[in-house]
Design a protein around this ligand. Structure first.
Ligand code: AMP
Ligand code: GLY
Length: 425
């Protein structure tokens, strides 16, 4: 079987690695990929914002299954194009991808189906936005979310009324998030620890897969600005069998059956961002893809071949009741460039990856080849993953790998996985 992975980050490197292991595909390709995937499989040029060209690529390369990493091609309808041409792809249609691409859709959908989430109001104009924050109905702090895709930057937590009003004006009048902010969701601020919960769905059936905890802030102890994710560990230490079952019953199953009932079944990876509040688990957000860096720590947890699961899900016959998971713990540390997340440097030579690979798995994101050298090419550069029989062991291996890698201006958090350790002790 010939498999194409779409994307260019560490998540796609991890997917390609997993699909090309000894029980995997005959040939794996990655487009556009990165120097890490290029060392593993054939890497092809692609424009992820052009679904028609992606379909042409898959046809030209006689691809049997396409797996989509990031949300943008899904929100542009790549799954619809492939379906219309009778080509197998694992990922939701444009209509189903609205669970991520429109927060207003996701919130209204949850309200229709009784899925627990923060109380909210969707605002279509500056006047409505100001009205919602002035009414004080959600208290303070209050959360404001740009409706559309905003590369992880569209959420503002405003501490008081003045900050909330300023945020409404910035999003809706000054269009700080571009068109993504033309509609705004105003919602109550929840509190509690956050967990990422992942399932596969074929549109009707659901296979629970794994949980993880992300580290979104740039600095140790969850300080500094929000980022795409500076590290993750899996499985989560906050869920147990009872809570897993509750999340499935109260959240995942109503979402999958609700999407099907509304005529746009959800087929793909569903990533449920949860907050474990005093009243129980509530949805913070949906993503219609795997997380990054979560994918780098959950994919190695699956103790059975991944390819047959993805094919079955893509073909709408995901009948297996569960997914076999190993008992190991995984910790992934992201190494970023100086300036990330506000800006990022590029072109710095990277050393030591081979050395790091003796103890850890290293996945590439913002890297490039310049002549024979590997150099930095973006904010998040690498994810270094350690595996162990417990979190202490996994953390030690991840950081041993990190200690071997050098480039000018590299930054990373020193505390990835520490939260798990506190629970394990
Ligand atoms: P998102 O971009 O949707 O992932 O949101 C970014 C972060 O904002 C989340 O990881 C949460 O930490 C926080 N957040 C989003 N919605 C809420 C909420 N209703 N209450 C508290 N925190 C929130
Ligand atoms: N790590 C968060 C995300 O992938 O959206």
């Amino acid at each position: 079987m010939r498999v194409l992975v779409l994307g260019s980050g560490a998540r796609e490197h991890a997917l390609a690695a997993r699909l090309s292991d000894k029980r995997g595909a005959d040939e794996v390709m990655c487009a556009p990929g990165n120097p890490g995937t290029a060392a593993l499989c054939r890497t092809l040029d692609a424009d992820l914002s052009d679904p028609a060209s992606l379909l042409e690529l898959a046809a030209r390369e006689r691809v049997d299954l396409t797996v989509v990493g990031p949300e943008v091609p899904l929100s542009l309808g790549v799954a619809d194009r492939f379906a219309a041409a009778g080509r197998l792809l694992f990922g939701p249609t444009q209509a189903a991808a609205r669970l991520e691409s429109s927060k207003a859709f996701a919130k209204a959908f949850m309200a229709r189906h009784g899925v627990p989430t923060a109380r909210f109001r969707t605002c279509e104009s500056v006047g409505e936005g100001l009205g919602a924050v002035r009414s004080g109905e959600f208290g303070f702090p209050v959360v404001l979310k740009a409706d559309g895709l905003a590369a992880g930057k569209g959420v503002i937590i405003a501490d008081d009324r003045a900050a909330a009003e300023a945020a409404v004006v910035a999003a809706m009048r000054e269009r700080r998030f571009g068109a993504a902010g033309d509609r705004l969701v105003v919602e109550e601020c929840l509190s509690g620890p956050e967990v990422s919960f992942f399932v596969f769905s074929d549109g009707v059936r659901v296979l629970p897969f794994a949980s993880a905890q992300d580290h979104k802030r740039a600095l140790d102890d969850d300080r500094g600005p929000n980022t795409g994710g500076m590290g993750a560990f899996a499985p989560s230490v906050l869920l147990d069998a009872a809570l897993d079952a509750r999340v499935m019953r109260e959240i995942v199953e109503p979402v999958i059956s609700g999407m099907a009932a509304e005529g746009h079944p959800f087929r793909g990876f569903l990533y449920v961002g949860l907050m474990l509040t005093a009243e129980g688990p509530k949805v913070i957000e949906f993503n219609v893809r795997l997380g990054d860096p979560e994918a780098q720590v959950i994919l190695p947890l699956i103790d059975e071949p991944l390819l047959p699961v993805l094919v079955a899900a893509a073909e709408g016959r995901l009948v297996q009741p569960s997914c076999r998971l190993g008992r190991d713990k995984l910790v992934g540390v992201v190494i970023a460039s100086r300036g990330y997340p506000e800006s990022s440097e590029s072109g710095r030579p990277i050393h030591g990856i081979e050395d790091a690979e003796r103890t850890s798995q290293v996945f590439h994101a913002g890297t490039a080849r310049r002549g024979g050298d590997l150099v930095t090419a973006g904010g998040r550069v690498l994810t270094v993953v350690g595996r162990g029989v417990n979190f202490e062991d996994a953390i030690a291996r991840a950081y041993e790998g990190v200690s071997k890698i050098h480039f000018d201006g590299m930054q990373y958090r020193r505390d990835i996985g520490r939260k798990a350790l506190a629970r394990e002790a």
